[in-house]
Structures are given as structure tokens and as C-alpha cells.
Design a protein around this ligand. Structure first.
Ligand SMILES: C=C(O[C@@H]1C=C(C(=O)O)C=C[C@H]1O)C(=O)O
Length: 374
């Protein structure tokens, strides 16, 4: 068949897809109406609408079901990406979803936000982690996306501290397997790189590689990997550590790929909201607590979890910000705060702690490797 004839068939197929998309959008709007009717008041602000209309668990089930069905020619990963956007578009018909993220554009946090909410959400770029918390607290955005920990570098301490302060809780998580690349202007060969720009976390994640391969280079910290890419554009002897995506966005060339010290370099992001998520049966709960100044207090706290068979996936301590050498412990546990075992463990915890704060319960997610912008 000729190219023209095949293209005519593609055009006809696209029109059918479009028709089906409209059919789907009508159904999604009808579901939106039904949800509003079932919960009369409260859906008139950004937070209320998000809580009422958006259903991340249903969205995940839709994606998983279709990915499992995808046995045809069309790539399975692309099925997810396409349907992510279809659902993002359907949801935006009812009420635009306002999402704050730690900017600037092109950072891994933006990639995480886009992966979760698609291109039809309304994004608000915040310059600082506090800015993301503020946007959610004031209701400017229904949700906010920030990084909370990295598998190589550990905790993003500011996120942890702001969560402990309260007002905003964790509603979802996303673990991205992150690859760093060395990027430079077109005319800059690897041998002439004298400065390497990046965010301190990214530089730290590539420390071994940089020491070995660019021992003489000066490491220059920037506010973000995007700021690093912009610096590299201006420097004829400079390079940036950033995502391969940043190369595309900024017109840089990739000098070296996968330069992070560990092949499994993962960053965990959290979605902040005013309320946490309902129980799904495969949940995680984040907690903060400070133990009484007594011998064995921390051990008693840990046995409170063990006695109930509650698994801990993270335990770390932070200075309390109240008095020197006083600590707040941060714990992630498997289970939802409404699970009986978790509730009993929390009750026991309260008797050995000065403070116990639930930072949110949310669905556990498997790590995801992003190869291109979703
Ligand atoms: C249509 C619904 O509402 C929203 C849109 C969805 C979709 O487009 O498939 C899925 C979940 C919700 O975020 C629904 O809950 O089924």
C-alpha cells in the first residue's frame, strides 16, 4: 500500500480515537457530577474539589489494568503515558487540579509532578520547599510535590522539618530511579571541563565519579539542576550535572551518561495535601515522635511497633529545634493509621513519648524509572 493510502488509514484511526476520547470524557464528567451530588457541600474550593473528584487509587488501577492488557504493537510504557494524559485531561474538565512543585522547570521534582498529574494539571512553580508547603497550607494549590529522601544522600532535612511543624500532611509518594548526566555546551569537549555546576545533592550523588574522572574540576553548587544547566550554557569550560531531559530542554550536549555513583539512585518524592489518603491495604504511614528523656525510652518505642508486627521502613533522628541535643525521630511504617495494629502501636507510643505526630498515611508505590518526560 502507498504511504498516502496508509496515512489516510491513520487519519481515520485517529478520528476514531478522538471520538472515543470524547466519549470517555463525557463519562468522566458524569462521574464527577455523581460525586458532587453524593457530597453536596465542600467542592467549591481547590482542596475540596481535589479531595472529592480525584481518585489516585482508581487512576492507578486504570493504568495497571491497561498496561497488563497491552499485548499488542503499541509499547506498554506508552500505554501508561497516554492514559496518564487522558485521565489528566478528563479530570481537568471538572475542575483544574492545582499543583505546586519545587521549581524551577526541568528539575526532577517537576518530572515527578508531571508523572503523577499529567500535563492538564495547573502547575505552580515554587522557589523554595517552604513555598510549596505555603501554597498547600493557604489553599493556593490543592497538592504540592517535594523530595523527601534520596537513597544515596539521605533525607531532605527541610522537608522533614516542615512536615514536623504540621498543617500539611503526606498524601502520596513516588520513588523515581534517577540518572544523572554530564552536560555541556556544544563546543565544550570533556577534556576542557574545569567547572562542574549542580545542586549539592546531585553533586554528592556523583562524588565518586567526579573525583575519578574530573579530579581537577571545581565543583560549583547551584540552587537546582536547572540552574546548573543554565550556568553551563554560559561557560565555555563548564559542565552541569543534571538529567538527560535537561539537555533537551536547554540545548546542551550529553558528555557522559549515568554518572551517579550508584546505579540504583532513587529519590523519594511526597505529595503534600491538607489531608492524607484513605486506606488501600498497601499503605505507608510517616510519623514523628520525641521520646521522654528516660533510659530505654527509644527501645520501648521500637518494641511498641515490633509487638504489633508493624514493619518500619525508615528511622532517623532530627534535632528537635526546641533545645540542644533533643531529638525528634522520624519513622515510616508499613500500614495505615486506621489499621488496628498501627493504632495500638500508636497508643503505646504515646505513653513513652512527649510528642507523637502522624505525618500522613498514603499508598505505597514501587520505584519507577523515567526514561523520558512522561
Ligand atoms: C472518572 C473518575 O474521576 C477521576 C478521573 C478518572 C479517569 O479519568 O479515569 C479516574 C479517577 C478520578 O481521578 C473516577 O473516579 O472514575
Amino acid at each position: 500500500m502507498s504511504i498516502e493510502a496508509l496515512r489516510a488509514q491513520i487519519d481515520a484511526t485517529d478520528e476514531r480515537i478522538l471520538e472515543l476520547l470524547n466519549e470517555r470524557a463525557t463519562l468522566a464528567v458524569a462521574i464527577g457530577h455523581a460525586k458532587r451530588a453524593a457530597h453536596a457541600p465542600g467542592a467549591d474550593n481547590k482542596q475540596g474539589a481535589e479531595k472529592l473528584l480525584r481518585d489516585p487509587e482508581r487512576e492507578r488501577a486504570v493504568l495497571d489494568r491497561l498496561a497488563a492488557l497491552a499485548k499488542g504493537q503499541f509499547p506498554q510504557q506508552a500505554v501508561r503515558a497516554v492514559f496518564r494524559e487522558i485521565m489528566s485531561g478528563c479530570l481537568s474538565l471538572e475542575q483544574p487540579l492545582h499543583v505546586a512543585f519545587l521549581g524551577p522547570e526541568g528539575t526532577f521534582t517537576q518530572m515527578a509532578a508531571r508523572y503523577l498529574f499529567g500535563l492538564s494539571a495547573q502547575y505552580r512553580e515554587a522557589a523554595t520547599i517552604e513555598g510549596v508547603f505555603d501554597a498547600v497550607r493557604t489553599g493556593d494549590a490543592a497538592l504540592g510535590v517535594v523530595a523527601i529522601e534520596n537513597s544515596t544522600e539521605g533525607s531532605v532535612t527541610l522537608t522533614a522539618d516542615l512536615l514536623i511543624e504540621g498543617n500539611v500532611v503526606v498524601r502520596e509518594e513516588l520513588v523515581l530511579l534517577i540518572e544523572h548526566a554530564l552536560l555541556a555546551r556544544d563546543s565544550v569537549p570533556f577534556s576542557s571541563v574545569q567547572r562542574v555546576y549542580s545542586h549539592p545533592q546531585a553533586l554528592a550523588q556523583c562524588r565518586g565519579w567526579l573525583t575519578k574522572n574530573l579530579p581537577g574540576a571545581q565543583l560549583v553548587q547551584t540552587a537546582s539542576t536547572t540552574a546548573a544547566a543554565r550556568q553551563a550554557l554560559l561557560d565555555t569550560a563548564g559542565a552541569a550535572v543534571a538529567s538527560p531531559l535537561a539537555a533537551e530542554l536547554h540545548g546542551l550536549q550529553i558528555l557522559r551518561e549515568r554518572i551517579q555513583d550508584r546505579t540504583e539512585n532513587a529519590t523519594r518524592f511526597v505529595v503534600l495535601g491538607k489531608e492524607d489518603a484513605p486506606r488501600t491495604g498497601r499503605d505507608r504511614t510517616s510519623l514523628a515522635f520525641s521520646v521522654k528523656d528516660q533510659r530505654g525510652a527509644l527501645r520501648r518505642v521500637l518494641s511498641a511497633f515490633e509487638d504489633e508486627g508493624v514493619n518500619l521502613s525508615r528511622l532517623e533522628s532530627r534535632p528537635s529545634q526546641q533545645k540542644p541535643w533533643d531529638y525528634v525521630f522520624l519513622v515510616d511504617l508499613e500500614g495505615h493509621r486506621t489499621d488496628e495494629t498501627v493504632q495500638r502501636a500508636l497508643e503505646n507510643l504515646r505513653s513513652s513519648c512527649d510528642m507523637v505526630k502522624v505525618l500522613g498515611s498514603y499508598a505505597r508505590r514501587d520505584p519507577i524509572r523515567l526514561t523520558s518526560i512522561p
